[in-house]
Design a protein. Structure first.
Length: 138
């Protein structure tokens, strides 16, 4: 069994962004030479997320609206922010959107269902953050 690791780095212009990273993950899979196995994609920061869904702009707007309606960026509303932080909402948003995904690798391709793509969700942006891709298999 082989393993392959690569890191992606993001520094978004906006506090909240959803970015399709499927092409970068597919490129990493090709680089790995692994044709059968598993691909882990993990947000390495506690205010960012990795998730799988459809790459449809309206849906992404719905995600952002739902998150903001239910977990608003209101620094005075959260006990975490008493520490001097202002990003408690980003921590909570990450919990809802997820930390990582694992995708099967079959015949050298990510084994997706219809419309599935991998996204990086940033909820406390404007600073450098890392995503880990780890592929294991043969």
């Amino acid at each position: 069994m082989k393993s392959y690791k690569k890191e992606l780095w993001f520094n978004t212009r906006n506090r909240v962004d959803l970015i399709n990273i499927t092409p970068q993950v597919e490129k990493t899979l090709r680089e790995s030479g692994i044709t059968e196995g598993l691909c882990l994609v993990n947000a390495m920061h506690i205010t960012a997320s990795i998730f799988i869904n459809d790459d449809e702009h309206g849906l992404h707007e719905d995600f952002v609206k739902w998150l903001e309606d239910n977990i608003p960026h209101d620094p005075k509303s959260y006990k975490h922010n008493l520490t001097g932080e202002t990003n408690a909402d980003a921590h909570l948003k990450r919990q809802f959107m997820g930390r990582e995904v694992v995708v099967a690798v079959t015949n050298g391709k990510l084994d997706f269902g219809p419309w599935e793509q991998i996204f990086y969700g940033e909820f406390d942006g404007k600073r450098k953050k890392r995503v880990l891709i780890k592929i294991i298999g043969d």
